[in-house]
Ligand binder design. Structure first.
Ligand code: CMP
Length: 457
C-alpha cells in the first residue's frame, strides 16, 4: 500500500521544476521558485536580522556616533531595510502594490486597536535613544523601583535592580511616568537619615556626634558638607536629620546602613540618651545566643588583638562576608608548608597545633582563639599543621574579605602591624620566629605582602 504512495510522491516531486505552479489565485500564481525563495527569505530574516542590526550599529560606531543616536539610527535603518525588502519581495511575487492600500488600511485599524501599545513602545524607545533622557549606566528610580539601566532596546528597557534582578520596562512607561534619574548630569545623591534622641539632650552635642559619624564613612562627600537639621521638638523626643551627599547613588543602600551603624556608635560614645520608648526595646545579649549571631561573633572578634580597634561597621562587614564551617574530630584543617588564604576563629570545640614531625602538640587552641593568621597576613607557607582535637566549628575569614577591609579602612593596617609586633616578641621568646626573606620582621613582611595585595591587577 505504502509503496505506490511513495512512488507517486517521488514521481510528482521529480516532475516539479522551478517554474511549476503550486497554487493559483486569480492572476497570482505561486511557483516552486516562489515557495523556496519565501522560505529561505523568512529564514534569513529570523536568523540574520539581529546580527545585521548589530553590524549596522558597528558600522555607525566607525563614524564616532554616540551610543544613543547609534542605537536609534541603527534600529531605524535595519527596520527600513526590512520594509524595502518586503516591498521588493511583494513586487517579485507579482502582487500589485496598489492593491495593498486595502491591506494598509486594515493594518492601520489593527494598529488603532491592538498594536497601539507596541507602536507606542517603539516610538518611545526611539525617542529615548535620540533624546537620551536616560542612558545605559544611569541610576534611575521608577515608581519606587531603583536600578541601573543596562540596555535600551526599541521596545523595552532593561533595569538591573539593587538586588541584581532584571526588570523589563516597556519604553512607553519611561516616557509617560515620573522617572527619577539620579545620573541626570550628576551621579551624586543626597541621603537623609532621621535620628531620635531623648528631649533633655543638648542639640549641639547631637550635632557633634552625628557629624563625627558622617566623617567616618568614606562614601560620604566632604563637599557639599554634611548638615544637621533639628526637625521636630516633641514631648518625648527630639528629631534630628543628618543630611549628607553620597558620591554614587547606586551605593545609597549600603552607605545608609553603614551610617546607621556609625550613628549608633557615636550616640553611645557621646553618651546621648535615646527616647524613653526606644529604651524598652534595647536588645540584651541572651546567654543562649546562637554562636553565629552577629553580636556574638563581633564580641569574639573584638576580643582579638588584631580586630580590637575595629568599629561595629567594619566587624559587621567582615562577619557578613565570612563563612562558618564544621570539622570532625581528628580532621586536618591546615597542613604545614601549604600556602594559606584564610584564617580561623574557633566558635566550638578545640584544635591542636602540631610539631613539624606531627609527633606532638605544641599548643591547644579553644573557643574564642584563632589561628592561620601568619600565612594569610605574611604571604608565607603555613608554619604548622592544625588538627581538630574534637569536632569543631570555625568562623573562616577569607583573604579577599580582609583585603576589602584593608582597602576601606586604612587604619586597620596599623592595627594589624601593632598586633604583629607583639606576636613577634612572643615568637622570639619561644624560639619559633619563622624565617623570612632578607631577615624581615613580621611587620615588614606584612607590609611587603600588603603592597602586592593592594597593587592594581
Ligand atoms: P599559619 O602559619 O597561617 O598556619 C598555622 C597556624 O598555627 C599559624 O598560622 C598560627 O596561627 C598557629 N601557630 C603556629 N605555631 C603556634 C604556636 N606555637 N602556638 C599557637 N599557635 C601557633
Amino acid at each position: 500500500m505504502t509503496v505506490p504512495i511513495v512512488a507517486t510522491a517521488i514521481g510528482f516531486v521529480s516532475a516539479l521544476t522551478f517554474d511549476s505552479v503550486l497554487a493559483q489565485a486569480g492572476t497570482l500564481s505561486v511557483t516552486v521558485g516562489h515557495a523556496i525563495t519565501t522560505f529561505l527569505g523568512l529564514l534569513l530574516v529570523v536568523v540574520g536580522f539581529s546580527p545585521f542590526t548589530r553590524g549596522l550599529k558597528a558600522i555607525l560606531k566607525l563614524f564616532r556616533l554616540a551610543a544613543g543616536p547609534r542605537e536609534a539610527i541603527g534600529n531605524l535603518l535595519a527596520y527600513g531595510f526590512l520594509l524595502v525588502g518586503a516591498f521588493v519581495y511583494l513586487h517579485w511575487m507579482g502582487i500589485d502594490l496598489t492593491s495593498l492600500t486595502v491591506f494598509a488600511s486594515v493594518v492601520g485599524l489593527g494598529i488603532g486597536l491592538g498594536l497601539q501599545k507596541l507602536v507606542n513602545n517603539v516610538f518611545s524607545g526611539l525617542l529615548l535613544l535620540l533624546e537620551r533622557p536616560v542612558q545605559v549606566g544611569h541610576f534611575v528610580e521608577l515608581e519606587g523601583v531603583k536600578g541601573v539601566v543596562e540596555r535600551i532596546s526599541v521596545r523595552f528597557t532593561v533595569l538591573r535592580t539593587l538586588d541584581n534582578q532584571r526588570i523589563l520596562i516597556p519604553n512607553s512607561e519611561l516616557t509617560e511616568k515620573r522617572l527619577v534619574n539620579h545620573d541626570y548630569g550628576d551621579r551624586r545623591c543626597r541621603l537623609r537619615l532621621p535620628v531620635l534622641v531623648a528631649p533633655e539632650v543638648k542639640p549641639a552635642r547631637v550635632s557633634e556626634a552625628l557629624l563625627a559619624a558622617a566623617r567616618q564613612e568614606p562614601d560620604v562627600l566632604r563637599t557639599p558638607r554634611p548638615e544637621i537639621f533639628l526637625e521636630e521638638i516633641a514631648a518625648r523626643h527630639l528629631k534630628f536629620v543628618l543630611s549628607v551627599w553620597v558620591a554614587d547613588g547606586e551605593q545609597l543602600y549600603r552607605t545608609s546602613s553603614n551610617l546607621n551603624f556609625l550613628i549608633t556608635e557615636a550616640l553611645d560614645q557621646f553618651q546621648i540618651a535615646r527616647p524613653a520608648q526606644e529604651m524598652h526595646v534595647t536588645l540584651r545579649r541572651s546567654p543562649a545566643a546562637a554562636p553565629e549571631s552577629l553580636e556574638y561573633l563581633s564580641d569574639l572578634l573584638h576580643r582579638l588583638d588584631v580586630f580590637s580597634g575595629c568599629g561595629q561597621v567594619q566587624l559587621s562587614r567582615l562577619i557578613e562576608l565570612g563563612t562558618t564551617r564544621e570539622w570532625p574530630e581528628g580532621a586536618t584543617i591546615l597542613l604545614r608548608g601549604e600556602p594559606g588564604t584564610s584564617m580561623y576563629l574557633i566558635l566550638r570545640g578545640s584544635v591542636e597545633v602540631l610539631s613539624a614531625d606531627e609527633s606532638m602538640a605544641l599548643a591547644t587552641l579553644e573557643h574564642g582563639q584563632f589561628f592561620g593568621e601568619m600565612a594569610l597576613l605574611l604571604g608565607t607557607p603555613r608554619t604548622a599543621t592544625i588538627r581538630a582535637k574534637e569536632a569543631c566549628e570555625l568562623f573562616v575569614i577569607h583573604e579577599e574579605d580582609l583585603q576589602d577591609l584593608l582597602k576601606r579602612w586604612p587604619g586597620f593596617e596599623e592595627r594589624i602591624s601593632q598586633a604583629l609586633k607583639r606576636r613577634e616578641s612572643e615568637l622570639r621568646q619561644l624560639g619559633q620566629m619563622p624565617e623570612l626573606p632578607e631577615n624581615r620582621s613580621l611587620v615588614q613582611q606584612f607590609r611587603e605582602h600588603l603592597r602586592a595585595w593592594l597593587a592594581p591587577a
